[in-house]
Design a protein around this ligand. Structure first.
Ligand SMILES: O=P(O)(O)OC[C@H]1O[C@H](OP(=O)(O)OP(=O)(O)O)[C@H](O)[C@@H]1O
Ligand SMILES: Nc1ncnc2[nH]cnc12
Length: 189
């Protein structure tokens, strides 16, 4: 009985969080190019209490399940560091090409046009570690797929993915199925 009540309360809190986020995140049509519905998350940071609630929700998904959090430049840092602090585990940065001093490991990936590359300082991930890969938004999944290859290349295990936003029409989750990790999106558009 008590468990049911607790579950009801958690479900209610989650529903409230999602509605607050939907009121806060701004949809910008045709940015940066025609046809894209850009999700502007910057107003979340005007509201420290809301930010705290998002971190709590994301940290609850990963508590006791990972040894480190990997965040993807740049918006992946905004919540990634907060999650790592809440879980008391290390935070490891993935940066875009050319920003990190050597030694680093890198991974190329395809964009809609051309290719891109991400990098991580060598030795920060330890072989066998269970890793949460976090980013603010999952669109096509290309960036997160490359991040996962970078993590696996170093002998660590991609255990979980978390995102603030999932864009369901772009089927990014499908691209991530190959890694066999749990996936969590706070909300979907
Ligand atoms: O699922 P995908 O199709 O790969 O797209 C999602 C990625 O795109 C955005 O980052 P962006 O490259 O715009 O960089 P930013 O975080 O520095 O703004 C977003 O923060 C994700 O990292
Ligand atoms: N629609 C979108 N809104 C914000 N960031 C994005 N990154 C990739 N697609 C995006």
């Amino acid at each position: 009985m008590e468990n049911i009540q607790l579950q009801d309360q958690l479900n209610m809190e989650k529903t409230t969080l999602i509605s607050k986020l939907k009121e806060t995140i701004i949809n910008v049509p045709d940015f940066p190019i025609e046809g894209i519905q850009f999700k502007d998350i910057t107003p979340i940071f005007l509201n420290p209490k809301l930010y705290e609630e998002v971190i709590e929700d994301l940290a609850n998904f990963s508590r006791g399940k990972v040894d480190a959090v990997v965040g993807i430049e740049s918006r992946g840092y905004l919540f990634g560091i907060g999650i790592a602090i809440a879980l008391d585990v290390p935070f490891i940065l993935i940066r875009k090409k050319g920003k990190l001093p050597p030694p680093f490991v890198s991974e190329k990936y395809d964009l809609e046009y051309g290719t891109s590359e991400i990098e991580m300082r060598e030795g920060q991930i330890k072989p066998g570690q269970k890793i949460l890969i976090h980013d603010d938004l999952l669109a096509t999944g290309g960036t997160t797929e490359a991040a996962s290859r970078l993590v696996e290349k170093q002998g660590a295990i991609v255990s979980q993915f978390s995102f603030l936003i999932g864009l369901k029409d772009l089927e990014g989750q499908k691209k991530l199925e190959q890694f066999g990790a749990e996936i969590y999106e706070v909300l979907q558009f």
